[in-house]
Write a new protein. Sequence first.
Length: 158
Amino acid sequence: MLLTAVIPLLDSGEPERTGGYFAMNDSEPQEVGESAEYYDSGAFRVGTVPEDKRTKYRFLTQEKALRLQFNEDHRSSWQSRNEDESKWGGAVRISNGDIYSFSGLPEHGDEALTMGLAYLQGYLNDDDIVQLSAISCNHLIVHLLPTLREMKSQFGED
């Protein structure tokens, strides 16, 4: 339901981008070592993801979350974004310290989805959304907020 609310806001010119991978990491950094196995665990597919993009998006969602986990003073993966190193935005630290990460949509869509989910679950409030969206200049989430408020009231969360 949240994904279908985010997708119409995207103006990416890539209509095939209608899904991706979501990961949630707890607030304690994990020791990864030399193994890439960590990147293959803990992420699950949401929506439709072309088969040739699945490994990439699964890896990216875990990379964003792990990067944010090790940058403990950051609230958003946008704060350590580095296009030259293929390090993208799309992960946020929520109020309990855990990290929500998504990859598969354009970056602002990834971030809007993670913030939207955290908002619906009560881990982010309106002020958090404003602060996080200022870091990444994400206007999608501002357009999504009325829908999120409506969804939250339908679930009896407000």
